[in-house]
Design a binder for this molecule. Structure first.
Ligand code: IPE
Ligand code: IPE
Ligand code: MG
Length: 265
């Protein structure tokens, strides 16, 4: 049992936290926040009601992640495919929700020392959304706690394409012959500044990646919960970490390795 429990945790969160092994704490957790539509459907509500409730789950999860000292949390909020394949009414609602969320949440980000960042082709989004995102980045740029990254208009394949193009462009500019290897791709991914992805969580029971962090998930532990995203929270995050700590990570070797100390060649 750990001697000191972080301040601000709920009774249940503190209890789960006390059972964790401090030596095997994940450094980077990513979550595919799925199931808002199903949550709403079960209540005979419109899909957007599910998205609205999903914001409470984001708030609670971020708060807990920050209190337990998690270095990095990446949340899949919106895929390239969502943008292309969902009705305009729903995508517009999600854009408005994101803008409101960033504004409303700012005092909490500051209080908890959270640094907000974004990954994905979010420069393709409407100007007023980008402005709010730029604002959130700027406002939190000096915060040194949790690195909170939202994947917005994100696709794992387009991320790899963007990385390769950026390598080619740099080489062309310098008049070099472009050579691509694992390390150079790593360094050009949107996530190059983040720790290796230790744990990937998906809510609502679906057993697929849906184009999320394809490269980064190579050796991540995957945890799928039946809980729909609006029902997710800090307690469920701590349960996922508990499960993560029971896994034996080998990275292709024969011995268990606690952390992703293995890097690409
Ligand atoms: C996840 O919930 C949120 C986004 C993809 C924006 P969904 O909207 O995919 O909910 P389901 O999968 O239809 O239940
Ligand atoms: C994945 O959920 C994308 C996000 C959570 C943002 P989807 O609901 O879009 O995935 P599929 O369509 O079930 O694969
Ligand atoms: Mg879905």
């Amino acid at each position: 049992v750990r001697s000191s429990t972080p301040a601000g945790l709920s009774h249940k969160e503190a209890e789960l936290y006390s059972r964790l092994d401090p030596a095997r704490f994940p450094r980077h957790i990513a979550i595919i926040m799925d199931g808002n539509g199903r949550w709403a459907k079960r209540r005979h509500l419109p899909r957007i009601a599910g998205h609205r409730s999903g914001v409470f789950a984001v708030r609670n999860t971020v708060q807990c992640a920050s209190r337990i000292g998690l270095p990095a949390l990446t949340l899949y909020a919106f895929s390239v495919e969502n943008w292309l394949r969902r009705p305009k009414t729903e995508t517009s609602f999600l854009m408005g929700l994101l803008r409101r969320y960033l504004k409303i949440e700012m005092p909490a980000f500051q209080e908890h020392n959270v640094r907000v960042q974004f990954i994905g082709r979010w420069r393709e989004l409407p100007a007023e959304v980008q402005e709010r995102m730029d604002w959130a980045i700027e406002e939190t740029i000096n915060n040194t706690g949790l690195r909170l990254t939202f994947a917005i208009n994100y696709g794992g394949r387009s991320e790899i394409v963007d990385a390769v193009n950026s390598i080619l462009q740099t080489a062309r500019r310098n008049g070099h012959h472009a050579e691509v290897d694992e390390e150079s791709i790593d360094q050009h991914l949107y996530t190059s500044h983040l720790p290796e992805l230790d744990l990937l969580i998906r809510t609502s029971g679906e057993m697929r990646l849906s184009n999320f962090l394809l490269w980064q998930a190579a050796y991540s532990e995957i945890y799928v919960t039946e809980a729909l995203w609006p029902d997710f929270n800090g307690v469920k995050l701590l349960e996922a970490i508990g499960e993560f700590q029971k896994r034996e990570r080998r990275f292709g070797g024969i011995e268990s390795i606690h952390h992703s100390t293995v890097h690409t060649a």
